[in-house]
Write a protein that binds this ligand. Sequence first.
Ligand code: UFG
Length: 327
Amino acid sequence: MKTLVVGGAGYIGSVVTRLLLSEGHDVVVLDDCSTGHADAVPDGVELAETDITNTADVLAGQGFDAVLHFAAKSLVGESGTNPSLYWRTNVSGTRALLDAVTEHEVPTLVFSSTAATYGEPEVVPITEDTPARPTNTYGATKLAVDMMITNECAATDLAAVSLRYFNVAGAAFGAGERHRTETHLIPIALDAVAGRRDALSIYGDDWPTPDGTPIRDYVHVADLARAHVLALTAATPGEHLICNLGNGNGFSVREVLATIEHVTGLPVPVTVGPRRAGDPARLVASAERAAERLGWAPELTLAQMVADAWEFARARVGRTPGTGPTS
Ligand code: UFG
């Protein structure tokens, strides 16, 4: 297939780009490199370094079979303080992308959606029929895009799949997390283990969970990438398929930290701070629809996510902190 990966210089986009390439697909990346890294795009893949609103220029006359769309602003906190940036980039940007897809008759779209569209549901595991009530601007913009795609599929023969990611972690095919502003638990904890930042602050240990810390559903980026390739063939003309991607198992913050200590053989320095605004207590996916419609099931464990993220972080820094085994 000839595929355009929009946002292919970012964390998940660059992993999917490498998987597509390894499976023999023809891949072009479009990325403005505002948060992504040009050197995350592998050799053999053309990088069109431009804004998402210029997608039509890249698609024109090229006969693409599919667009995979990862480009977005994705910091929950920033989305609250700068909503204009989020509505402009995520929603107006995707509107331009959808118009380009229609204009150049690209038959298939795979979109990076998120668990943040659901907000804080009362019942877990979360299915795709759970009411979507986002509690932050980031989630609201992603939900708005999902609604636009639903309308687009109804009006045209577009075949679209939205994949709602839960907590993505790990590294694969030589690509991993390199956010300039890092907010995620595992990379921050690994930096604390390596002495590259101060102790990790646990955002509250008085939550209504067994050990008092919030529970999340972690999925390995390599498993996630596989789901995108499966979505390309599962997509059906005129249908907008929405699938959760998670493990169906939750781990608390303290359980994640214990796994990090086990895998690295090193202690995670921690302090306990106040709760972070907008954090739900428990988010766990039902991934039954992804199993039925995509034939997808996650295979890799939390320990593997941590081991791969640790190896990727150490390779980038070029030094080996501590002496522990990496199991
Ligand atoms: N946490 C800490 N300390 C930190 C960082 C995180 O205690 O320094 C805790 C959080 O409170 C949360 C858990 O670790 O309980 C996971 O937090 P992350 O920031 O790693 O991930 P989130 O669950 O907040 O966010 C993920 C995705 C978002 C998405 C969201 C949906 O990364 O893109 O799920 O709610 F919006």
